[in-house]
Structures are given as structure tokens and as C-alpha cells.
Design a protein around this ligand. Structure first.
Ligand SMILES: NC(=O)c1ccc[n+]([C@@H]2O[C@H](COP(=O)([O-])OP(=O)(O)OC[C@H]3O[C@@H](n4cnc5c(N)ncnc54)[C@H](O)[C@@H]3O)[C@@H](O)[C@H]2O)c1
Length: 436
């Protein structure tokens, strides 16, 4: 059996590499010729732990191939994964034109018995649109499956190989059997494969992301009240999360969620509900709370140093939206950087992996360094955006010796307030009870 994967971004590349790793013959394709030629020579343009070596080893063994010839891919593959981007339209709805473009191509080239699997996050009902699109140009019998992806950037390979569950929306016993067979080496406990109809599988992805985002906005709202009432949000969060009915994950207060998925998917969900004349306010509020949260670090800088930042240098630790990735899409750091640049502050930034990405966005408007301490010289404040380990274990003697004013504004609650204050720092944290 040959597995085809169309779209070699975070999801497609991880899917292709992991399926090759468990012994499948995998052909990955993309319309981006440059990306494909880099992949063919064993280079990947994203940082994801374990991915580079997995790609290189499976390229060498011949289990993984990359191609820009999507027609050939569709003709050769027995199971075709669609893993292309589904960006946001201006009105917040999901743009499925890439998915339908691929469906059109499949329709022109498909032969009898192929299984078409949607991995991209798509609005409920998209599978039927894919079916209609393929049927416009083909009479061949094919099978559809919706297999939404739940991997987290930063641990994508691990998550793909160790899923909590695999969601399979299917339209036939045949597509169920094929996908069960494909996932068998990955999901050893068959109870962890949940079979459902296509719309339910599509919906599950949105519901899961909405729940996770809701938890983050929920705890950030509780944290705001804790700051006013002098309650300790860390203790409150633990007290809440240790209730088995609730659980501890996604209850860390901070500078808000970022990344390519949460905001985009919540806005698409709001759109789907509004289209059905349902009240989407619970989800629109989650987004509004998050947007306000993203602005808090910048507001703290201004509150502390004044609106006119001319002549003042602010240092930023962490640019990616979370650790172990170089992805800056919708990162809270972008909000801080854009606002500070507008107020004429001079900015210096460090990130273990995302400097290249940040340079593409900001060019020379920010001073970058590969050394996290170098950017602190003469800084009036240090803003910590991402919980990379190198910041968690920073040497604050060096930090203090370099900074002009020892002010630390922490968006992730990395430091012990008492200890840092004893070292002579003024400390503000979005994850602590008081503001300094
Ligand atoms: N990134 C994540 O953490 C994540 C997790 C779960 C689900 N998803 C969903 O998976 C999908 C892909 O996300 P991603 O982060 O991998 O996106 P991405 O932007 O990293 O990659 C998408 C790839 O698809 C290619 N592409 C777009 N249109 C194409 C076409 N018509 N033909 C061939 N190739 C095409 C692009 O060139 C790009 O390489 C999205 O729907 C996203 O919402 C993403």
C-alpha cells in the first residue's frame, strides 16, 4: 500500500514521516516547489523535536519520498491524506479553497477504490463538499474519511506516535478497515480508535480546540481577579485542577494562547454557529479575553516606564508562541513587539529557535542575538514571553549586571517572586497574585 500526503507543513510532514517510520511507503507532495526540493535533500524548514532525523532516516531507507508532482502522487497512492492549510477568511470563517483544489485534482486523477482522508481542520460538512467536488469529474468509486489531527507543535512527533485517541469519521466499512490497519502500529489499544460519522469527526476537532482555549481564557480571567483580591493563582489553579472532574492541563495563567490553530478554529466555530442562527457568544468571549490578555505585557511596560519609550530599551526573551517550536503565527510576542515599536521603544530579542522567523517579520527594527544575555545591556525592562528552559534556568546575576533597570515582566510565571525580589528585581508576573 502506498500512502500519499498532500501538504508538507507541520501536520503533513509529521504525518508522512511518522507513517514511514512505522513501515509504510509514503509519498509526500506539496505545491511549494522550493519546500519539496529542500525536503528531497533532507532539509526541513520547521523546528520540531525528532522530526529532522526521522525525515532523513526514512528518506535514506526509501520509505519516504517527496514530490511536487501531485498528479503522480494521486495516481500512485492508495490512501491520500489531505493536510493542506485552511487559513482564516476575512470574516473569520475557515477558507477551504486549498482543500477543494486538492479534491478537484483528486477527482481528475482518482481511480477505483482509493481512500481520501482529510487531516486538515475543516468546517463541519466539508467532507460532503469534497465528495461533490470529486464526483464532478470522476465516476470511480472512492471512500472518504475525516481524521482530524490533535498534535501539538513542539511535541508533534511524540503526539502523533502516542495519541490519546484517533478520531476516524468514515463513510464505509472499507475506509474504517484501511485506517484501522494503518494506525494499528501506533494505537495498540483499539479502544483508542473512535469511529464515527464524517460530520461528528469534523466537529470533534473544533470542540476540542474550543475546550482547550476556553480553559486558558477561563484561568486568565480567574488570575485577573486573584491579582485584585491578593489570592494566589498558582494555588487556586492547582486546587481547581486536582479535582478529577476538571484535570490540571491548560490551566496555567499567562500571556494568552497563540499559534496557528486556536484563534483560527474558534473564529471558524463562531462563524459556523452564527450561520445556523445559534448563539456563539461563549466562544467569541474566549477569543476577546485572549486578545486582551495578549496586550497585558505591553501595558505593564507602559505602566511602569511611561508611554514615551524613546531612548528606552526593552529586552524580550521568547518569540515563538510556545517552547520547542519556531512558529510565531499569532504569537503573543507579536502584540508586544508591534505595540512597543509604535511607542518608539528600542527592542532587543532572543529566542532559541525563532530568530530567523522574527527577522523575516521585523528585519532590522529589532536587535537580535543568539546569546540571551547579550540583548540585556542597558535594558530598562525584560519581558519574558515563552517558557523555554533556558529562561527558566537563567543566571540572574548576569541579568542584573547587564540591565539598566532590574525590571522583569513575566508572561509565563517562570520565577519565584520572593527569590527574584531578594536579588533586587522588580517583578511582575501574569501568573502571580500581586503585581510587583
Ligand atoms: N499546526 C498545527 O499544530 C495543527 C494541528 C492540528 C491541525 N492542524 C490543521 O492542519 C492543517 C495544516 O496545518 P499546518 O500547520 O500543517 O499548515 P502549514 O501552513 O504549515 O502547511 C500547509 C502546507 O500545505 C501546502 N498547500 C497549501 N495548498 C496546497 C495545495 N492546493 N496543493 C498542495 N499543497 C498545498 C502549503 O504549501 C504548505 O506547505 C490546517 O487545517 C490546520 O488547521 C494544524
Amino acid at each position: 500500500m502506498v500512502i500519499g500526503v498532500i501538504g508538507t507543513g507541520y501536520v503533513g510532514l509529521v504525518t508522512g514521516a511518522c507513517l514511514a517510520e512505522v513501515g509504510e511507503k509514503v509519498l509526500c507532495g506539496d505545491r511549494d516547489d522550493l519546500k519539496i526540493s529542500q525536503l528531497q535533500s533532507g532539509e526541513i524548514s520547521i523546528h520540531e523535536p525528532g522530526l529532522l532525523s526521522m525525515v532523513q532516516e526514512n528518506l535514506d531507507s526509501g520509505d519516504l519520498e517527496f514530490t511536487a508532482d501531485l498528479v503522480d502522487l494521486v495516481q500512485r497512492a492508495d490512501i491520500i491524506f489531505i493536510a493542506v492549510g485552511t487559513p482564516q477568511n476575512r470574516n473569520g470563517s475557515a477558507n477551504i479553497s486549498n482543500v477543494l483544489e486538492v479534491a478537484g485534482l483528486i477527482g481528475r486523477e482518482v481511480s477505483e477504490g482509493k481512500v481520501i482522508v482529510t487531516k486538515s481542520t475543516v468546517p463541519v460538512g466539508t467532507s460532503e463538499k469534497i465528495r461533490e467536488t470529486i464526483e464532478k469529474s470522476s465516476d470511480a468509486e472512492f471512500h472518504l474519511c475525516s481524521n482530524p489531527e490533535f498534535l501539538r507543535e513542539g511535541s508533534a512527533v511524540y503526539d502523533f506516535m502516542n495519541p490519546d485517541r484517533v478520531i476516524l469519521g468514515v463513510d464505509s466499512d472499507y475506509s474504517e478497515a484501511c485506517l484501522r490497519h494503518l494506525y494499528a502500529p501506533i494505537v495498540k489499544n483499539t479502544d483508542h480508535i473512535l469511529i464515527m460519522d464524517l460530520p461528528s469527526a469534523e466537529m470533534t476537532k473544533y470542540a476540542a480546540n474550543a475546550m482547550l482555549a476556553t480553559r486558558i481564557s477561563f484561568i486568565n480571567s480567574i488570575a485577573a481577579l486573584c491579582r485584585k483580591k491578593n489570592a494566589d493563582i498558582e494555588m487556586v489553579s492547582r486546587g481547581v485542577g486536582t479535582d478529577n472532574r476538571i484535570g490540571e492541563s491548560y490551566l496555567n495563567p499567562g500571556a494568552g494562547y497563540g499559534g496557528s490553530c486556536f484563534s483560527k478554529d474558534i473564529r471558524a466555530l463562531v462563524n459556523m454557529m452564527a450561520d445556523e442562527d445559534l448563539d456563539p457568544s461563549i466562544f467569541s468571549t474566549v477569543e476577546e479575553v485572549n486578545e486582551r490578555q495578549k496586550a497585558l505585557l505591553y501595558q505593564k511596560v507602559v505602566e511602569r516606564l511611561g508611554k514615551n519609550l524613546t531612548g528606552k530599551k526593552i529586552a524580550i526573551w521568547g518569540l515563538s508562541f510556545k517552547p520547542d517550536t519556531d512558529d510565531m503565527r499569532a504569537a503573543p510576542s507579536l502584540v508586544t513587539i508591534e505595540a512597543l515599536l509604535e511607542h518608539a521603544g528600542s527592542l532587543a530579542a532572543h529566542d532559541p529557535k525563532a530568530i530567523q522567523e522574527a527577522r523575516k517579520r521585523f528585519g532590522t527594527r529589532i536587535e537580535f542575538s543568539e546569546n540571551q544575555y547579550e540583548i540585556l545591556s542597558d535594558a530598562s525592562a525584560l519581558v519574558v514571553h515563552t517558557e523555554w528552559d533556558c529562561y527558566r534556568h537563567a543566571d540572574f546575576e548576569i541579568v542584573k549586571s547587564r540591565m539598566k533597570e532590574p525590571i522583569v515582566i513575566d508572561g509565563r510565571g517562570l520565577y519565584d517572586r520572593d527569590w527574584l525580589c531578594k536579588q533586587g528585581f522588580e517583578y511582575y508576573s501574569l501568573a502571580s497574585s500581586s503585581t510587583n
